[in-house]
Design a binder for this molecule. Sequence first.
Ligand SMILES: [Zn+2]
Ligand SMILES: [Zn+2]
Length: 150
Amino acid sequence: MDVTPHNQGRSPVKLEGHCLCGNVQYAADTEVQFTAVCHCTDCQRQTGAAVSLVIGIDDDALTIEGDSLKTFITRGEDHKSNTNRSFCGNCGSPIISRIDAMPGLVFVKAGTLNDTSWLQPTSELWHRSAQPWVPHIPGAEIFERGIPVD
Ligand SMILES: [Zn+2]
Ligand SMILES: [Zn+2]
């Protein structure tokens, strides 16, 4: 997928966010590598929504705090490795995902950001399981499956 920093210059200087109850807080001072929605059935189930909205950033730049952070592991059909889905065990908000096959990258659930005004998804992942009433995001590239992994 195209990992051009589309949001460079538009995203906040520092990314900050938190879960619904506020116990889990995170921050990252880094460029956003991509903004995507994921239509996969695991994301639909985890979020209870039609899509998961994520930004991809450098994992080393992320600091995350909160003793209620828990992780549930799902198995990626595409990358055949673990998807480590971290959420607040107190309020249930999904916060981040890390995929073992994509070291160095962390997906942040973008609805938890303090400032969401700049978000503009440029990719739609796992479109083959998209709910049929979800409109196509103008200008976004459609992937029938996930992010290609070598
Ligand atoms: Zn919480
Ligand atoms: Zn997904």
